[in-house]
Design a protein around this ligand. Structure first.
Ligand SMILES: *Cc1c(COP(=O)(O)O)cnc(C)c1O
Length: 365
């Protein structure tokens, strides 16, 4: 039986902190003092109440989330948020919603929003192949738009906003799925932000939504209960059975961020170091490796590149898997290679990959 862990660069579901996995493994047979696992207890029990409250408190403390914001644990993934956002805030609105389309995920969000009403694009990077993030002066934000939606990190193309787009007084909505908790965030600049857990903070099945109370109050009337943020906020995510295991894992992962990493400034510094290791190899390779994203738009979470000689890509990926470096194949829509180096990817794992890339170039360059 193989029980050794390999170096996992998967884009999602993705690597999780070892201490969180080990604790979950122990607790899955019986939570200490409870005699049952988190999978077997009522979501209204004292034990689970303590779990969801700690998950929320950890998120609140790490991100310094103001009291005027709700933290919700929902299901349906980030993809359901593509629909829930326009259902709540575009339905019945007098003006079109505004989307910044900087990659594949943003494009999917636009597609769902159009089912609810009119959408205008503040900027569209498609013609350029989604290789960069817009500069503030390139954005067109129409007057009276109900919200502006953007994707802070485009997981597939590997382009990331390094700061919030300047949208003036308009409510800002963000799909933060793949860089959530990778750095400190000025939450008060957002009306709502959401993240599927399986990139950076837990397993698939739970989605975190952080939303300003005043913004939620503006939602459309007569929504289906499960799709109405106000119900989920009023019921503290317990209108129906919530994704209990996902919430439990988020509790453990945020505990790890707090106690072992020491907060979001520290994880950001570590993440930047990891990304620099790979981008330095790419930039120093004289074209043997070619980064997909423009330099100033590069993602700290998902590093995307091609081999100058594309025929070598298959050999590169095969040799990588022999060396137990897994998940490096780029998304089918972009091709090439992608290393997802989320919070839980240790620096040593990235050093191993950087060393392999250098050795592969020496052999084949
Ligand atoms: C993975 C991802 C999604 C889709 O998430 P699901 O939870 O699978 O619905 C949406 N947006 C971004 C930026 C992602 O990385």
């Amino acid at each position: 039986m193989m029980t050794e862990r390999i170096v996992n660069f998967s884009a999602g579901p993705a690597v999780l902190p070892e201490s969180a996995l080990k604790q979950a493994q122990r607790d899955l047979f019986a939570l200490p003092g409870v005699g049952m696992s988190v999978l077997e207890i009522s979501h209204r029990s004292k034990t689970f109440t303590a779990i969801i409250e700690e998950a929320e408190a950890n998120l609140r403390a790490l991100l310094q989330i103001p009291d005027s914001y709700h933290i919700l644990f929902l299901q349906g993934g980030a993809t359901l948020q593509f629909s829930m956002v326009p259902m709540n805030f575009l339905r019945g609105a007098a003006r079109p919603a505004t989307y910044i389309q900087s990659g594949s995920w943003g494009t999917k969000a636009v597609k769902e929003a159009k089912r609810e009403g009119d959408v205008v694009l503040a900027w569209d990077g498609k013609a350029q192949g989604f290789v960069r993030i817009p500069r503030s002066e390139e954005l067109t934000i129409p007057h009276g738009t109900p919200y502006v939606h953007f994707t802070s990190n485009e997981t597939i193309e590997g382009v990331e906003f390094d700061t919030e787009p300047a949208v003036g007084n308009v409510p800002l909505v963000c799909d933060a799925s793949s860089d959530f908790m990778s750095r400190p965030l000025p939450v008060e600049e957002y009306a709502l932000l959401y993240a599927g857990a399986q990139k950076n903070i837990g397993p698939a099945g739970a989605t975190v939504v952080i939303a300003r109370d005043e913004f939620l109050k503006q939602g459309a009337a007569n929504l289906h209960t499960m799709l109405d943020y106000r119900v989920m906020a009023a019921q503290k995510s317990l209108y129906n059975t919530p994704p209990v295991f996902g919430i439990y894992m988020i509790m453990l992962v945020t505990r790890w961020l707090r106690d072992e990493i020491g907060g979001l400034e520290n994880i950001e510094a570590q993440n930047r170091r990891k990304a620099a290791l790979l981008y330095d190899v790419i930039d120093g390779s004289h074209g043997f490796y070619r980064g997909h994203a423009d330099r100033e738009s590069r993602s700290v979470m998902n590093v995307t590149w091609r081999l100058g000689d594309e025929a070598l890509e298959t050999a590169f990926l095969e040799e990588a898997s022999r060396r137990k470096l897994s998940g490096l194949k780029g998304h089918r829509s972009v091709g090439g290679c992608r290393a997802s180096i989320y919070n839980a990817m240790p620096v040593a794992g990235v050093e191993t990959l950087a060393g392999y890339m250098t050795a592969f170039q020496q052999q084949h360059g």
